[in-house]
Design a binder for this molecule. Sequence first.
Ligand code: T3D
Length: 255
Amino acid sequence: MLETIEVTTDNGVMRVVLNRPERMNALNRTMRAELTGALRDLPDEVRCVVLTGAGRGFCSGQDLTDAGAALDLEATLRDEYEPMLHAVRDCRAPVIAAVNGVAAGAGANLALAADIVIAAESASFIQAFTRIGLVPDAGGTWFIPRQVGAARAMGMMLLAEPVPARQAADWGLIWEAVPDARLEEVVAARAAQLAAGPTGCYRAIREALAAAFQQDLAAQLALEARLQGAAGRGADFREGVAAFLEKRQPRFTGR
Ligand code: T3D
């Protein structure tokens, strides 16, 4: 029985709702464990994950009323936040963050760890850490400079001001900002698109992009060749070419 998240699956899309709206979906120990478990143990039928928040916020980061968390932050990050971030990045299926409202602190960085981030126009992203005398964590110092460059990353982290969704999209921090009333519809369409797609290719793309900032061109070309070799031996490649030649939509199976 889950206490802090809601999980439902429909047509290959698993929807995970952070569900502590009275605290703007702040992360406590139970939520970190439940989210990590849900993303690690995906049922076979799941081909895309949507992560969103209940109520008017996406996630306000660490639950600041959780006195236990203040005792040894290093251990909490190592034992609870790191597994949660790895569970997002290593999730077998692509993860869409549907950012329905403010995403602050580790809540912002949880969203930014997703593969595709779609935000409601009223949402914002706040590196809130320095407001309470902390340093950005939960992968923010890794993700954000890669997404927006060092100058904007530094400004976001030192100034701790909200970056509105539209600006976040203009900066390349997220994929898209959409009118609030259209968030669910846009996310549902993207999730259905990914769930019907060549999911093995998606895993390969995520692996290639994760490696791209770590290695030189020669190593990246070798990785591309290995990943493409595997894709070329797959049923989805045969189906994709057949569908093109027969002028029909492909029916991908992820193999
Ligand atoms: O292990 C470790 O501790 C290290 C890890 C650290 C990771 C971190 O994430 S550190 C950063 C923690 N997060 C923050 O500092 C953000 C705190 N929250 C805010 O700045 C604001 O609440 C928001 C900008 C997110 C939203 O502002 P607003 O005005 O829309 O809403 P509000 O009125 O401030 O919040 C609504 C309620 O949610 C309120 O409760 P109340 O007064 O109605 O009973 C507020 O206290 C509660 N709430 C919001 N954020 C948190 C929270 N309660 C606990 N923890 C929160 N993070």
